[in-house]
Write a protein that binds this ligand. Structure first.
Ligand SMILES: CC(C)[C@H](C(=O)O)[C@@H](O)C(=O)O
Ligand code: SF4
Length: 469
């Protein structure tokens, strides 16, 4: 009898092409997503060595980071560096025969939103992309992680990747989420608990009835931020919700192939008694809405809390770094989170730019008006999300309230396009990173859920969404 295995062990075993004595493995890669930032040198490498893309049909390219999100996107990109990256991807995709969604394609959007939408992301597959948030696709029970540009070249050329196996970590979340508390709060709470290095060297499996109860969108939000907890990847065993989401999508298996696929996918659960090197448990019922206060995703606190006092931290290096974070954020210990006023609101990104996120925000906003001191924007994660939102009339709700309704892309998640914070502007953001300068030079980011960001836009400061009327 074989030893009980985790879902990670199973996917790994099914993709291992070769293993060396020191544990270095060659892993077969089923799916390769490509965006404009990390691919130019990789394609250039192929070109100079006269190699082709090994499996173009297993590769999908899309622009996202550099595209303007203003309605006049067709005018082109003014910033030269951005324009060159976008043009390079268009040229490379055509030359190497890779399917490509350009900035005018309805299917264009953030790479991690596009993959699942197209049914390109499937359970049991290995998925890579030159982007750290590739962990998002783990929500489907895929082994998905970010790779560097030289690895992008390796995968393009060989459809394989050199890897050493990570350890198994289990994060189990049980209990019923209170109203107003979301997948975003779950993952922020987990990172607050384990820290940004808590998952280092591990692949995290998220399990428990609170995870099972999440929609696919919610599961993607959780897996998206696994990387912020230091883990190589995050994954969730597929179930009926997963199959339901995938069925009928353009790249999903059809007919007999579908039935065979589902049968295989059903084997993708961790066996009873499988070994985990690390286990963390969390009670969903006791979770509050969460707001980040510092410059690391582990700097989180309940919306009912106060900015913490770094002087209470015994470790000197940590104390100094948290003081620096407060200084950067322009905050003082003891300030009530709900007393923090904001200048900007960004609802979007591969963490929270899906239809369900926009619905949650619209439900909060409907019939209300954005605070006059706040500049607020909604950036759908893809053209298809945008279409769906418009079909449901969400854009009308947002625009009537005074939100800016934008074209899809990474937008203000990172300052790589025109959407960015001015120095010292404070932003309630549904994205995943609050590093110094992330949303613009000296910009101040607070990570929150879509409902919390929407409520902050209306109130002009953070509010406990559980009290929202
Ligand atoms: C630009 C890209 C390489 C980067 C990443 O790897 O994650 C970006 O998407 C980010 O979120 O910081
Ligand atoms: S939305 Fe943000 S986190 Fe996601 S891929 Fe784009 S820049 Fe990275």
């Amino acid at each position: 009898m074989t030893a009980p295995r985790t879902i990670y062990d199973k996917i790994w075993d099914d993709h291992m092409v070769d293993q060396q004595g020191d544990g270095t493995c060659l892993l077969y890669i089923d799916r390769h997503l490509v965006h404009e930032v990390t691919s130019p040198q990789a394609f250039e490498g192929l070109r100079t060595t006269h190699r082709k893309v090994r499996a173009p049909q297993k590769t999908l390219a899309v622009v996202d980071h550099n595209v303007p999100t203003s309605p006049d996107r067709a005018q082109g990109i003014k910033n030269e560096e951005s324009r060159i990256q976008v043009e390079a991807l268009a040229t490379n995709a055509a030359e190497f025969n890779v399917e490509y969604f350009n900035e005018n394609d309805k299917r264009q959007g953030i790479v991690h939103i596009v993959g699942p939408e197209q049914g390109f992301t499937l359970p049991g597959t290995t998925i890579v992309c030159g982007d750290s948030h590739t962990s998002t696709h783990g929500a489907f029970g895929a082994l998905a992680h970010g790779i560097g540009t030289s690895e992008v070249e390796h995968v393009l050329a060989t459809q394989t990747l050199i890897q050493k196996k990570a350890k198994n970590m289990l994060v189990e979340v049980n209990g019923e989420l209170p109203d107003g508390v979301t997948a975003k709060d779950i993952i922020l709470a987990i990172i607050g608990e384990i820290g940004t290095a808590g998952g280092t060297g591990h692949v995290i499996e998220f399990a428990g009835d609170a995870i099972r109860a999440l929609s696919m969108e919610g599961r993607m939000t959780v897996c998206n931020m696994t990387i912020e907890g230091g883990a190589r990847a995050g994954l969730i065993a597929p179930d009926e919700k997963t199959y339901e989401y995938i069925k009928g999508r353009p790249r999903a298996p059809k007919g007999k192939a579908w039935d065979m696929a589902v049968e295989y996918w059903k084997s993708l659960v961790s066996d009873e008694g499988a070994h985990y090197d690390k286990i963390v448990r969390l009670d969903a019922a006791s979770l509050p809405p969460i707001v980040s206060w510092g410059s690391s995703p582990e700097d989180v606190i309940a919306v009912t809390g106060e900015v913490p006092d770094p002087d209470l931290i015994p470790d000197e290096a940590k104390r100094t770094s948290k003081w620096r974070a407060l200084d950067y954020m322009g905050l003082k210990p003891g300030t009530k989170i709900t007393d923090i006023t904001i200048d900007r609101v960004f609802i979007g990104s591969c963490t929270n730019g899906r239809i369900e996120d926009l619905r949650a925000a619209a439900a909060v906003v409907e019939g209300k008006t954005v605070n006059p001191n706040v500049d607020a924007m909604i950036v759908p994660g893809s053209g298809l999300v945008k279409d769906q939102a418009e079909a449901e009339g969400l854009d009308v709700i947002f625009k009537a309230a005074g939100f800016d309704w934008r074209e899809p892309g990474c937008s203000m998640c990172l300052a790589m396009n025109d959407d960015r914070l001015k120095p010292y502007e404070r932003c309630a953001s549904t994205s995943n990173r609050n590093f110094e300068g992330r949303q613009g030079f000296k910009g101040r980011t607070h990570l929150v859920s879509p409902a919390m960001a929407a409520a902050a836009a209306i109130a002009g400061h953070f509010v406990d969404i559980r009290d929202w009327k």
